[in-house]
Design a protein around this ligand. Sequence first.
Ligand code: CO8
Length: 258
Amino acid sequence: MYETIKYEVKENIGYITINRPKAMNALNSQVLDELQSLIEEVSKDEELRAVILTGEGKAFVAGADIVEMSKMNPVEARAFAIKGHGVMNALENLRMPVIAAVNGFALGGGCELSMACDFRIASEKAKFGQPEVGLGLIPGFCGTQRLSRLVGKGMAKYLIYTADMIDAAEALRIGLVEKVVAPEELLPECEKIAKTIASKAPIAVAVAKDCINNGFNADMKTASQYEVNAFGIPFASEDLVEGTTAFIEKRKAVFKNK
Ligand code: CO8
């Protein structure tokens, strides 16, 4: 059904692989359209507890497609940015957590895609960067905003103005990734994390994600009020009864997403 992405589900974990290895998984309009449709499909799957997003071959995603962009006029470029923002926002706002398994180059739009995920686990071989100004353009899939929110304004400016490529160790140091593992450990580690998340109460995880996402850019008073209001939501779920009862009965909770 999809030509540029692979998707499979194993034990309520979704695996998305960007699959254009000959072009380093560069994001062209087709990849973005297919990702948008897939995210819509994923959002409707009530059984899914987590998603792992990675790239086929030696790149995670080496950016937006430079060949396609080289032919765009300003109106088309703006439309392309809108399409990209739509995909990033849809991914960021999926109900379940999305883990970026960064296997290789995560450059430009690829770094931006990884930043729209909930967190990033990197292979020791991963490389990050925002090379856009070296091409005469700027990050256009919300990189100017997400990067500064993740690593701070100064470091984001340094990375964007210099277009420097950094390795996984440096990405870890500046807080762009949460963990670095050996290449062969990347998917097993992400799977282990996804399974841990899957064992928790899905409604609570989703409400926590919603609070973090929606509170992050608000002022503290608004954000804390958002959390106060959201706190009551899981109290309508059977899973809250199960979780608290299991604790009292000293047994493992079994959650049903109800
Ligand atoms: N777009 C299109 N094709 C690409 C891209 C890309 N981003 N990256 C790699 N490719 C292609 C290469 O052209 C090459 O194709 P071919 O085999 O036909 O010559 C193939 O993939 C393999 O690449 P290389 O031979 O270059 O492989 P190397 O291992 O030597 O190098 C690199 C790997 C370092 C990743 C190198 O390919 C590279 O520097 N790629 C470009 C990285 C880059 O500049 N990315 C940023 C792009 S701009 C961007 O992402 C903007 C995002 C916001 C857009 C907003 C829209 C409005």
